[in-house]
Design a protein around this ligand. Structure first.
Ligand code: NAD
Length: 480
């Protein structure tokens, strides 16, 4: 399926310009170069997309689970086949190193594969009645039209994590991707081969207007959102007016705890990998690293060495492990957090400043940074960093560190390094987070439930739970 530049709305199986004719440029965050144009959709376009999704709903929800599974399986195969092209586009549009983009495409395809199978496992139950002449059964049915709003940091996998279970459940969708990364969404839909109207796309620089049109519509029965806590709370409140189903995957402030019985070198290597993943622009990125005082110096020295080995640059250059931040505002946030921490007594062990890379003007590159002796009064101990700064704090006592780890409004991911099994279980049970990595930095998979509690969100994506968010339960009582 092809489309002309700027004709990036996908409604009822057709590529279209915005009704207003407006377009916006899409840029490469590393260079600032314009790499394409997208249609700037508004409320009128959004209403057309909702109507298309509504029209497609009866046929799609009436398709057999096997037909829906076949569409997802084909999309999975196509995505793997075109992995390189999609990854190259992601690197240009979002900035992450090519290898990371390749990994993300594979992860995104995993959701298509997983939910292709889950489509065939949607089942109800029979329930005994107290009356001899009555039977109860439940049916699981699609919630209807879904509004999906996604962020720029994982511009392909966040989409399939929502669209694949929606498609599997028999729902139809309107997708609004982040305005920094519309082209990845366009490519995804161009390649996926879903029937007309089943997934519709509105690219836009007017998230408020498009969001309101989606949320005000009584036809839209579900909101699925990934992004910041501030926007997620606002959208969930608006969705309340028409009592839509809501799942929101929001910000995080992950603690990473290294106990005295853990291997501090292994823990530091793990911390370096997960902290600098996607240049720190990940919701599960460790924001507070607590290390027992007895292994603190070894941990800090190892992390410093690992950071020294990281290569910052354009994502399409060989050997680069850290790409640019998404924009100048993100770099300014890094500077503000470092300045605040330094002023309040933190040690800057590595980095701490903007970088000039590859002769570029240095507006979006920030050196991988290690702050030691961080204290709870510092901005970085509260505010989500979303960038390449590792903040390390010593601790002495298990109860004290668990209390500190839980002292956050967020509750997405947490990490524990210990070789004491009892401690691993004890601490994991006390941590108020949706996901805990025990001596493990990647507690994520299409087959596992991803999500948070408290200000990190509602609902789960992936795993057995992922499809439930797109299904309603209907009870049927039968007199016999
Ligand atoms: P953001 O909240 O600014 O934007 C997310 C999406 O919401 C974008 O598509 C944006 O255009 C849209 N949006 C913004 N204002 C809107 C409005 N008024 N109405 C409707 N839509 C609106 O977040 P971001 O900066 O793109 O993403 C970073 C955030 O996402 C971080 O906080 C990160 O932790 C979080 N995140 C969470 C997960 C998770 O699974 N929990 C995954 C990735 C990112």
């Amino acid at each position: 399926m092809t489309h002309e530049p700027g004709q990036t709305l996908y409604i009822d199986g057709q590529w279209r310009p915005a009704e207003s004719g407006r377009v916006f440029p899409v840029t490469d965050p590393a260079t600032g170069d314009v790499i394409g144009q997208a249609a700037d959709g508004d409320a009128t376009d959004t209403r057309a997309a909702i109507a298309a999704a509504d029209r497609a709903l009866p046929a799609w929800s009436g398709a057999t689970a096997y037909e829906r599974a076949a569409v997802l399986a084909k999309a999975d195969a196509l995505m793997r086949e075109r992995r390189k092209d999609l990854a190259a586009l992601m690197t240009r549009e979002q900035g992450k190193p090519l290898k990371a983009s390749m990994n993300e495409v594979a992860y995104a395809a995993d959701f298509l594969a997983w939910f292709a199978e889950e489509a065939k496992r949607i089942g109800g139950v029979t329930i005994p009645s107290a009356r001899a002449d009555q039977r109860f059964v439940t049916m699981r049915q699609p919630v209807g039209v879904v509004a999906a709003i996604t962020p720029w940091n994982y511009p392909i996998s966040m989409l399939t994590r929502k669209l694949a279970p929606a498609i599997a459940a028999g729902c139809t969708s309107v997708l609004k991707p982040a305005d920094q990364t519309p082209l990845c969404a366009v490519q995804l839909l161009a390649d996926a081969g879903v029937p007309a109207g089943v997934v519709n796309l509105v690219t836009t620089t007017r998230p408020g207007e498009v969001g309101d049109a989606l949320l005000e519509s009584p036809v839209v029965r579900k909101l699925t959102f990934t992004g910041s806590t501030a926007v997620g709370k606002m959208l969930a409140a608006k969705a309340g007016a028409t009592l839509k189903r809501v799942s929101v995957e929001l910000g995080g402030h992950a603690p990473f705890i290294v106990f005295p019985d853990a291997d501090p070198v292994r823990a530091a290597k793990g911390a370096a990998l997960v902290k600098f993943l996607n240049t720190g622009q990940a919701c599960i990125s460790p924001n507070r690293i607590y290390v027992h005082r007895s292994v603190y110096d070894t941990f800090v020295a190892t992390l410093e060495q690992r950071i020294a080995a990281l290569r910052v640059g354009r994502g399409d250059h060989d050997g680069v492990s850290i790409g640019p931040l998404i924009d100048e505002r993100a770099v300014a946030k890094m500077e503000a957090q470092v300045l605040d921490a330094r002023t309040r007594g933190a040690r800057v062990v590595a980095g701490g400043e903007r970088l000039q890379v590859d002769g570029l003007d240095g507006t979006t590159f920030f050196a991988p940074t290690l702050l030691a002796d961080v204290t709870p009064d510092m901005l970085i101990s509260r505010e989500e960093t979303f960038g390449p700064i590792a903040a390390v704090t010593p601790f002495d006592d298990e109860d004290e560190v668990v209390a500190r780890a839980n002292d956050t409004e967020y509750g997405l991911a947490a990490y524990v390094y210990t070789n004491d099994l009892s401690r691993a279980i004890r601490v994991t049970e006390k941590l108020r987070f949706g996901m805990v990595g025990v001596n493990d930095i990647n507690p994520t998979s299409a087959a596992a439930p991803f999500g948070g509690i408290k200000a990190s969100g509602l609902g789960r994506e992936g795993g057995y739970e992922g499809i439930d968010e797109y299904l309603d339960t209907k009870l049927v009582g039968i007199s016999v």
